[in-house]
Design a protein around this ligand. Structure first.
Ligand SMILES: [Zn+2]
Length: 628
């Protein structure tokens, strides 16, 4: 044996030792008692395999999809830990609040962990995503478990059991092993897959089968506070079936074994969506599927979250693919993760029939106008919005247009349209972003898996579709400052942004649902139906006249403020040389101010530019069926 081969053996031995510690496999068992959901408490009992010695148990903090460190450890109460049946001492890390250090005697075989998770009784902010009412619960497993921090979540196999309140049904991407009364036992999965598979349960439920001809199971799972709101009509069901076939036609493949849209319908929860590999957690107003105005406001939500199964879950920016729940994430590529999803989600909603083509264009006009009145773009480049994402999801409304926010969604919507239109222009509409999607998100379906990427991978894949200086294209979009939105995609696709004096349909929907009036394009503020000013556009007539966010408008031209009055007074201000007079309350102080605005009402629309081919209509036309 040569010296070389014995050194090699030694190195291989050391590497094996290191990798076997790192790749340590353990089992955990979690029993959740959800019968006290109406009392806003979940009880959890865990047993965790161990070999003894000091252990740090960790309450998940960085949850994929949230893009921020908001795992609500503060809602954990009544924590008791036992080692082989004996209560042991634990101490929270003085710096990392989610880490619980435990003195575990050597040779201990099992740690038993008990605690309750407090469900917020009122509508929580997005920072605390737990959601329940007396009639339903959307359970995120990361709220009801601690895990040994030093072990990779992929290497932890978890058996899960849940006890449901009497008469409640459940939906989840997890597969059931057995059911004994109200106790449901699930097939073991990795901790990663468990946290990626929330469970929706409630008293009033409906499951709608939207499985396409391929036979891969897809379901709409509805759970509502009110059984009457489960009555989704056949047209909508058809549109959601179209969504499944259109998404699969766009990407050419998928990376799940089955898919559940978990739809929570309640006015007593925070409304949002969270993506997963084989399901999406879609929280909407109670009447979403029975009231067309509310539906239109949410028409692209399921399409957005579904798109994430490819863009965000399967392909994930390397900075967001940490492989655990404790390492900080980097949001630098969120303009791809969220921006492209925002674009594709709405395109798919239009291709599926969830939006009419006109509704899609109205929505795009609203996004374009909103971003074109965004002074934050003059100091905060798109890259910075992505970099600061972990703080920007929870900013207040006041001076939102000046501070800026998670603008990679709306800017992404506009920029990826530009990418799509550019590819179509360069190839005579023979190639498109669809071709990028087939390459970038393609490959064999092995069920849920993560394939991380970096900026260069995006550029190189686009280059395979059509040669262009994509690097320069994105670098400029990411780093440049401007007083205007990137509208080139709208122009290249044969349309232009114009303003008219009547709100478009989607603007009316937004006004109705948000209970606020967007007057950014005329006098320059957003005000709610009670007269509270949410935001004021810097440099606008309102700003110059002295209106600021947070004040209350008491009266307009001598009449008590109302939604109707503000619309009427703006209309009659057109070409009227008298300034508009406001009585305002700024905290406890009242004053009269005059705003010099003479332009009437203004709302955005897209208008066809006949000198250019209509690429936008090609983009939003279905791939697989004829429009009804
Ligand atoms: Zn998203």
């Amino acid at each position: 044996m040569s010296l070389y081969s014995s050194i090699k053996r030694l190195l291989v031995g050391i590497l094996f030792l290191i990798s076997s510690v790192y790749a340590q496999q353990i089992r955990m068992n979690i029993k959740v008692d959800a019968t006290d959901t109406p009392k806003h408490l979940l009880h959890t009992v865990e047993s965790i395999e161990t070999i003894g010695g000091p252990v740090t148990l960790y309450f998940p903090k960085w949850i994929p999809g949230y893009h921020d460190p908001t795992g609500p450890v503060v809602d954990m109460a009544g924590l008791f830990i036992k080692a082989d049946g004996k209560t042991i001492h634990w101490r929270r890390d003085p710096v990392v609040m989610n880490a619980i250090h435990c003195d575990v005697p050597e040779k201990t075989k099992t740690l038993d962990v008990n605690f309750d998770f407090i469900l917020p009784p009122e509508i929580p902010g997005p920072a605390n995503a737990a959601a329940s009412t007396a009639k339903l619960l959307i359970l995120e497993w990361n709220h009801v478990l601690l895990y040994p921090e030093e072990i990779k979540p992929d290497s932890i196999t978890v058996s899960t059991e849940i006890t449901l309140p009497d008469g409640w049904k459940y939906f989840t991407a997890l597969r059931q092993n057995k059911k004994l009364g109200n106790n449901i036992f699930f097939k073991p999965v990795s901790l990663t897959q468990l946290i990626d598979s929330p469970l929706l349960t409630g008293e009033y439920t409906r499951q709608i089968n939207i499985t396409p001809p391929s036979g891969v199971p897809h379901f709409l799972d509805l759970v509502s506070d009110d059984p009457a709101t489960l009555a989704m009509n056949e047209n909508k069901i058809t549109d959601y079936k179209n969504l499944v076939t259109e998404a699969n036609a766009l990407f050419g493949t998928h990376h799940y074994n089955h898919y559940d849209f978990l739809c929570t319908l309640s006015d007593n929860i925070y409304h949002d969506g969270l993506e997963h590999h084989q399901s999406s957690d879609d929280r909407m107003p109670e009447r979403t599927f029975v009231d067309n105005t509310i539906f239109l406001d949410n028409a692209s939500l399921l399409a957005h979250e579904f798109t994430h199964s490819w863009n965000g879950k399967f392909r994930r920016p390397i900075g967001l693919a940490t492989g655990n729940y404790s390492s900080p994430m980097k949001g630098n590529l969120l303009w791809v993760y969220e921006g492209l999803t925002q674009y594709l989600g709405k395109v798919l909603a239009a291709r599926s029939g969830l939006y009419t083509q006109e509704q899609y264009r109205n929505n795009l006009a609203n996004v374009a106008a909103f971003m074109d009145h965004r002074p934050s773009l003059s100091w905060r480049p798109l890259q910075d919005a992505a970099d600061e994402a972990q703080l920007l999801y929870y900013t207040r409304d006041d001076y939102d247009s000046w501070r800026g926010s998670v603008d990679f969604y709306s800017l992404g919507d506009l920029i990826w349209l530009d990418v799509d239109a550019t590819i179509r222009q360069l190839t005579n509409n023979k190639k498109s972003l669809d071709d990028f999607c087939k390459i970038f998100y393609g490959g064999e379906n092995n069920g849920p898996e993560v394939n991380p990427y970096e900026f260069e991978d995006v550029v190189n894949t686009l280059d395979k579709v059509v040669k262009y200086d994509w690097n320069d294209f994105f670098v400029k979009k990411l780093n440049s400052l401007s007083h205007h939105a990137p509208l080139a995609g709208i122009e290249k696709s044969g349309w232009e942004l114009v303003y008219k004096d009547e709100p478009n349909e989607m603007q009316k929907v937004n006004e109705e649902v948000s209970q606020s009036i967007n007057l950014f394009y005329s006098i320059g503020f957003i005000v709610d139906f009670d007269g509270k000013v949410e935001d004021v556009l810097k440099g606008s007539p309102a700003d110059k006249g002295g209106i600021s966010p947070g004040i209350n408008i008491v009266a307009v031209n001598g009449r008590k403020f109302s939604r109707e009055i503000i619309h009427e007074e703006l209309k009659s201000a057109k070409d009227n040389p008298t300034p508009i007079e406001f009585i305002i309350a700024n905290g406890d102080f009242y004053s009269i101010i005059k705003v010099k605005y003479y332009g009437g009402e203004k709302y955005p629309y897209l208008e066809r530019d006949n000198s250019m081919p209509d690429l936008l209509t090609s983009i939003i036309s279905p791939l697989t069926y004829k429009i009804r």
